[in-house]
Write a protein that binds this ligand. Structure first.
Ligand code: ADP
Length: 535
């Protein structure tokens, strides 16, 4: 028997029109380059989205055309987030922290036709200008200075732009695209459909995921070029929440000031951002009056248990999640099931440091060479996922097809355990695993434990070649300023928590851990740097 429901397309046009109708008074606040705050209401935002869409159409934007953005997090970027896909185009967010040659490669590979760029980022654009060819470059005069000749002025376009009749795209049409940050190889493009972004927004808003509600004040610190700021701009507009953008000012004091002034209730970013915030709070515990229970969504790299504990002490709640560019990105989020909330403190924090339970519609399994691994919290295997917001291919990269299994699962390249309650724990990326005497050692576990040592600011654990064991772990440690520690002390600290063979034989002290543009440790660089280290 066939059902008798309407076929209703799931598109960003609906999210936009809903916001326009129901939330005209919700606010959008952005910190501008000069640190002043720009604020307007959804009504202004929606009017400008319609004007920008109209202007892009008049410029010749056709269905499926890519429009790149090179922008910080602010209201104009949000306008592009909706105007481009609602006008039939594909929003392609470029990562402004990459090398100009890489940005140019990515823009060319994606076939971007137009570019929208912040005026403060024009010096960066100049460096890639000859290497990527955009038909038109639209400059956002954030600083109020005149737009140089040869560029389109965003504000003039919007002022002139007449709304056009928004046509509802097909839900399978491309709406956005993003390239992986290239931690483990060349950047690969993922193309998001309207349907995937809408379903991802719906699932993200659920209470056990990010729990975004109309009454929330949402501050995406994670860049809008890093997997769409994890979808938070789409989800926030869907529910009509107030949105606060930090612009280019991502230092802890600026962020804390913004949280306090705008009464932020939910914020999202990578662990390095939160380490900085934590240090600022520890230095000045009475410095800021934050909204009680402010939620801090942490992803992109593992949130150490010590960080979750430390924020708890300030009454701030860390929500640990896992995702990838290929999974739009939110695929698993940690919450404590009621049956587990009575666990002893140690175990409860260990649970909260796991990457969580898959979202509805995301299926997960872990496989090793022996097949699917049991959900016992011990056996390690490669995490595979499938679901409506998981990529089925990369943009024009046929030779990557081995990333998908024959039965249609995406191979994440992350090695995990899954416990009997369904909590996933990332132990490593396959390429970062340490294999000692045939046994796997989780560098992530060792790093998180080291991060909990009172003298350690940050730590990376890498494999170095060893004549007997194949590989042994080496800890590269950055001490907190003014601290002194020796290898023995740190090894003793680890020996109390791990099997003897897991404990790194040596510790190298460094001034900093090299990180990628999205805050991940550059293990490949470290392995190269320490390849001759004898442990
Ligand atoms: P890239 O793959 O280029 O590094 P992504 O941003 O797509 O860029 O990174 C996804 C990867 O980040 C995941 O495969 C995983 O290794 C890591 N990751 C994401 N979230 C977490 C987390 N909460 N804990 C540990 N690792 C994480």
């Amino acid at each position: 028997m066939r059902g008798t429901m309407m076929q209703y397309p799931l598109t960003l046009v609906h999210l936009f029109e809903r916001a326009e109708k129901f939330f005209p008074d919700s606010e959008i606040v952005s910190r501008l380059p000069d640190r002043s705050l720009h604020r307007y209401a959804y009504a202004d935002f929606c009017r400008r989205v319609r004007a920008l869409g109209g202007a892009l159409r008049r410029m010749g934007l056709k269905r499926g055309d890519r429009v790149a953005t090179l922008m910080w997090n602010h209201h104009v970027h949000l306008e592009a987030y909706f105007a481009i896909p609602c006008a039939g185009g594909v929003l392609h967010t470029l990562n402004l922290r990459l090398h100009p040659d890489d940005i140019a490669y990515i823009a060319s590979h994606a076939g971007d036709r137009f570019l929208i760029v912040d005026d403060v980022l024009l010096p960066l654009y100049e460096k890639l200008r000859g290497k990527a060819s955009f038909e038109k470059v639209i400059v956002v005069p954030l600083t109020g200075s005149a737009v140089p000749a040869g560029y389109e002025d965003y504000e003039k376009l919007v002022a002139r732009g007449r709304p056009w009749k928004m046509r509802v795209p097909k839900e399978e049409d491309a709406a956005g695209m993003c390239y992986t940050s290239g931690t483990t190889g060349r950047p690969k493009g993922v193309v998001y459909t309207h349907r995937a972004l809408v379903l991802h927004s719906l699932a993200s808003a659920l209470p056990d995921v990010l729990g975004l509600a109309n009454a929330d004040v949402v501050c995406p610190v994670v860049p809008m070029f890093h997997v769409n700021a994890w979808g938070t701009p789409f989800t926030a507009v869907m529910v009509g929440a107030k949105i606060v953008f930090p612009g280019p000012h991502l230092d802890p004091v600026n962020l804390l000031d913004l949280y306090e002034q705008e009464r932020v209730t939910v914020t999202a970013g990578v662990p390095t951002i939160w380490s900085g915030i934590l240090r600022a709070l520890e230095e000045e515990p009475e410095g800021w009056k934050l909204a009680a229970g402010m939620r801090m969504v942490v992803g992109g790299a593992a949130a150490p248990e010590s960080m979750i504990r430390a924020f708890d002490a300030f009454g701030l709640r860390v929500i640990h999640g896992w995702g990838m560019t290929e999974t739009t990105p939110v695929a698993a989020v940690n919450y404590v099931k009621p049956g587990l909330s009575a666990l002893p403190e140690e175990e409860r924090y260990a649970l909260r440091a796991k990457q969580g339970v898959p979202l509805p519609f995301v299926e997960a399994r872990a496989r090793s060479e022996q097949g699917e691994v049991p959900w016992d919290g011990q056996a390690m295997g490669e995490l595979e996922v499938r679901g409506p917001w998981v990529a089925a291919a990369y943009h024009e990269l046929a030779d990557e097809s081995d990333k998908w299994t024959d039965d249609g699962w995406f191979r994440t390249g992350d090695v995990v355990t899954i416990d009997r309650h369904g909590y996933i724990k990332i132990t490593d990326r396959i390429k970062d695993l340490v294999k000692s005497g045939g046994e796997w050692i989780s560098s992530v576990d060792l790093e998180n434990a080291l991060a909990g040592h009172p003298k350690v600011a940050e730590a990376a654990v890498i494999a170095v070649p060893h004549p007997k064991w194949g590989e042994r772990p080496l800890a590269v440690v950055v001490l907190k300023s003014g601290q002194k520690a020796d290898a023995g002390e740190l090894r003793d600290f680890l020996a109390a928590k791990f099997a003897q063979f897991w404990v790194p034989d040596a510790v190298a002290f460094a001034d900093q851990i090299p990180r990628t543009s999205t805050g991940k440790m550059m293990k490949a660089t470290l392995r190269e740097q320490y390849k001759d280290w004898k442990v």
